[in-house]
Write a protein that binds this ligand. Sequence first.
Ligand code: ADP
Ligand code: MG
Length: 240
Amino acid sequence: MIEFTGVQKSYGDLEVLNGIDLSVAEGEVVVLLGPSGSGKSTLLRCINALEDVSGGTIVVNGRDPHSKATNLNELRSGVGFVFQHFNLYPHMTVAQNIMLAPVRVKKVSKDVARRRAMELLERVGMTEKADSLPTQLSGGQQQRVAIARALAMDPAIMLFDEPTSALDPEMIQEVLEVMVDLAGSGMTMVVVTHEMGFARKVADRVVFMDGGRVVESAAPDDFFARPSTERAQEFLRRVS
Ligand code: ADP
Ligand code: MG
């Protein structure tokens, strides 16, 4: 589903990705770990062409995000993205937030989009808030809605960039539960998180980045029990 070969990215003189090789198979859940500034967010943003690359190649769901022949709207509608900050539209209800892209981009009728929104809200345990405004929800509830909104485009891939980092501790679990459920449904996922419990339990593979490089890529049991590099060992000492 995702194939990075020698991907490089710099901002001026700053090399942020230094030759990333990474492949993610259909249905695989990859958790990306690494210290702040190691390039995790940049890597995610390259997957749906929010960033240009300076070298190497990327294939996402059979398409090259950086080729002129690729329809970026089409590519992006196949890749759901959930950020640390929920970015729901504040003036729209929960259901309207979820219906927006299917109606505007996919030209789905409002009836069909509403029905689908209600199904997705059920999946994230939020049906009773369909007609509330985002400001009437807790952070954890808003993030669950943001996940439902991303799912409304029926993406083949879901990317998560620290989806629980901005949440109060008591709300983290409810969001992780939705992600666990999604992983169990066979979704292809790339997740940047500091939730090591989630990584251990849900990841098929842990990819550890440092300094714009993939330093380790291993099954979670192996990675957590026997990180093979000093950098990963130090990282784990600090986060656990
Ligand atoms: P991470 O998500 O692992 O914390 P990022 O991918 O956000 O790392 O950032 C990697 C490096 O790239 C950091 O040094 C950051 O300061 C730099 N960086 C990120 N975005 C930009 C940008 N738009 N312009 C310049 N530097 C950037
Ligand atoms: Mg980041």
